[in-house]
Design a protein around this ligand. Structure first.
Ligand code: ACO
Length: 282
């Protein structure tokens, strides 16, 4: 793991560009000439980026997008598959482990909210980046595809599992088995992204969602997301017990004591409506 305390200045800013503005960390996969295909450069740099942003207080929401006209064309067939497959088996294992290290559980339980901003091509392994983010907004003309079947492999890594969790069986199997492409509007219809918008509204819509997340209590956001992921695999009774404890733990650990602040502002001060927005966090 990177020494996250080194901060933003320690990031290479080569295969991945990072800038933080008004609380939003814009993380851009930066190999536009290769349609941002995920090569070892992106893999190892993203591990660093996720480590650093987690400790960077100015970054309160993370947006992942791609440079140029692609979100990402998936794993790099040459640099992620062919060359490592022919190379040292442990080096290959390390590469695959690093790829999983930032995209899988790490993002699922990442301590800050994440949004995928799909600005163009999104294929294969890029589905995991997309699905690992909490929320997603797409250009309505972006092109999506589980293209693995087209060149003789199955959606591996953890893509098939993620797709199975996000889509209905009919939709998941249709796209896994046919490799057919679809656009952002279809991605919204099938629930793969939250919203599909015209290209010229993509940044504005993403920014608006990020701002909505930023105004919430970060400790509670973190707990809500963790609870969502864990309870999906639990029985009803275990989930109820876990949620009761998690709720108590969240209130206990919350440095801003949000629950009692919110209650006071609604019941005593009558200064806000919890149904309509977040409590005053000053
Ligand atoms: N791996 C390696 N190189 C890639 C990849 C990739 N996944 N995608 C694009 N590139 C490279 C191309 O080889 C080309 O390199 P070159 O300029 O050195 O020849 C460059 O990026 C540009 O690609 P083009 O195909 O020329 O770009 P175009 O805009 O015409 O098409 C598209 C874009 C549709 C994304 C096409 O590149 C493509 O089909 N890529 C593969 C997509 C795919 O199947 N991804 C899944 C990979 S499997 C997995 O992720 C598990």
């Amino acid at each position: 793991m990177t020494d996250a305390t080194l901060g933003l200045a320690s990031l290479p800013q080569q295969n991945v560009l990072v800038k933080v503005e008004d609380g939003i960390a814009w993380v851009t996969l930066n190999r536009p000439s290769k349609r941002n295909a995920i090569n070892p450069g992106i893999v190892f740099e993203m591990v660093q980026v996720m480590d650093v942003l987690e400790m960077e207080d100015s970054a309160r929401c993370v947006v992942i997008t791609g440079a140029g006209d692609a979100f990402s064309a998936g794993q790099d067939l040459k640099e992620y598959f062919r060359e490592p497959d022919a190379g040292h088996p442990i080096a290959r294992e390390r590469l695959h482990r690093a790829n999983a290290a930032w995209q899988w559980r790490r993002m699922m339980f990442y301590s800050k909210p994440t949004i995928a901003m799909v600005n163009g091509w999104c294929f294969g392994g890029a589905f995991q980046v997309l699905l690992a983010c909490d929320l997603a907004v797409a250009d309505e003309e972006a092109t999506f595809g589980l293209s693995e079947i087209n060149w003789g492999i199955i959606p591996a890594g953890i893509v098939t599992k993620s797709v199975a969790m996000a889509l209905s069986q009919r939709k998941a199997l249709y796209y896994i088995l046919t490799g057919e492409t679809f656009n952002g509007r279809t991605a919204e219809d099938i629930g793969l992204v939250n919203f599909a918008v015209p290209k010229d509204q993509l940044v504005a819509r993403t920014t608006a969602i990020a701002k909505k997340l930023i105004e919430k209590n970060p400790q509670v956001l973190r707990a809500a997301k963790t609870a969502y992921h864990y309870t999906r695999d639990m029985s009803w009774d275990a989930a109820a017990e876990y949620l009761a404890s998690k709720n108590d733990q969240t209130a206990f650990r919350d440095p801003e004591k949000g629950a009692s602040k919110g209650m006071n502002q609604f019941l005593d001060e009558k200064s806000y409506r919890p149904g309509l927005g977040a409590y005053r966090r000053d």
